[in-house]
Design a binder for this molecule. Sequence first.
Ligand SMILES: Cc1cc2nc3c(=O)[nH]c(=O)nc-3n(C[C@H](O)[C@H](O)[C@H](O)COP(=O)(O)OP(=O)(O)OC[C@H]3O[C@@H](n4cnc5c(N)ncnc54)[C@H](O)[C@@H]3O)c2cc1C
Length: 429
Amino acid sequence: MANTAEETKVNNQIIENLFNKCEASIKAFDNLIEKAKNLTKKKIVKDGSIDNALLEKEQFLCHGFSWLASYNFALREILNWAKNLEKNKKSFDLEKLILQSAFGEYLSQIIGGISMCQTEIIRAGDFGLTDEDINAFLIDEVKGLIKYGNTNDVRMQIAKHIVDNNYGNVGLEDETLEMIKDQFKKFSEDQVLPYAHEWHLKDELIPMEIIKQMADLGVFGLTIPEEFGGLGMKKIAMCVVTEELSRGYIGIGSIGTRAEIAAELIKLGGRDEQKKKWLPKIASGEILPTAVFSEPNTGSDLGSLKTRAVKEGNVYKITGNKTWITHGARTDIMTMMVRTNPNEKGYKGLSIILAEKPRGTDKEPFPAKGMSGSEIEVLGYRGMKEYEIAFDNFETKSENLLGSEEGKGFKQLMETVESARIQTAARAI
Ligand SMILES: Cc1cc2nc3c(=O)[nH]c(=O)nc-3n(C[C@H](O)[C@H](O)[C@H](O)COP(=O)(O)OP(=O)(O)OC[C@H]3O[C@@H](n4cnc5c(N)ncnc54)[C@H](O)[C@@H]3O)c2cc1C
């Protein structure tokens, strides 16, 4: 007979029969998600396919469903991680505590509400799930995990391990990745940690010597194919490296994001000559890229951005304002999203341009004609500096259009941000 929440036994904060309870909870979650999916589908599907107007109307629900599905996937994967450790006789107390804490938290949020952003919370009831559906999900195993999985005592126990420098076994099970992890852990401990706090307090750019060492270690070309001078590794290698670098300093872990965005944009959307020209230089760290998308009134809703690029002869003249541009000054190439077609107000009028610029310094951040700007001082996430940048007929060669056709920018970026998001998540250590 299954334990009730009251009967759930806990030994030194660890729930007994933890794996079985997690397994049963995933099944209950699968059933719930199937019901939520069908209810969501009913609201957005017309004549057998998703209707854009309905999708727009129901974006809260669809956004919520994607959160629910992500929680489902995340719990399944964290259980697989723990089971693999157990199979290889590597599961210890800390890893079990992490597992039950994740289940405890996520399962309770499914009922109590998932905070999708500061202003939006999705609850099971929002999908139209009935009391009966919710009660069917709240089996004893789920209740036990909600009650005992992520208590304050559990979190304190996890914190004690961390104080002892034990962060848990990530279970890479791959010699090369383990080696890379050790190498970057050492780099962070020796070259970053002793100095990072001072860089932060002084609001300084990360020293170029450090960036040079990172380039020599292959940080900027990790996932660039070997034929273009990179190491041709998978995204997991990028995550391992990013985690270790971010452990030292968030700015160090983030500097590779810009290279990742630029390289992925060029790899997926660039012409052959653009790949040959830029990828080896990005991989070697010879050039540093910056991502120039956001505008003063346009962040999430990038499709409506206004910065204009007008083609005149063999140049584009760019005019408009960009903001929150990380590492905007001390970089050599901007992956810029601009509007090339003013008659098309939405995403279809956008293009990406790989605009070269001279590298700036603290004294002279934007030594380029048609480009000016100033630093946005931030409390955290320092080391690269954020800038507001104004473009006034800034010129770049028309051959710098990414790919061979205007109007493809938004789609090119959407394909690319998948990998930038993974890298960004890996920084959150
Ligand atoms: C430290 C830092 C570094 C950055 N670096 C860069 C960079 O290098 N390059 C670059 O181009 N940009 C950069 N940005 C900008 C960043 O990409 C934007 O801040 C982000 O896209 C959000 O846009 P916004 O600030 O205009 O907020 P908004 O889009 O106005 O969002 C404000 C709030 O509204 C919510 N919201 C937005 N749309 C919806 C919706 N449809 N439904 C419900 N809620 C919604 C959001 O979740 C948020 O809580 C950086 C930002 C920061 C803070």
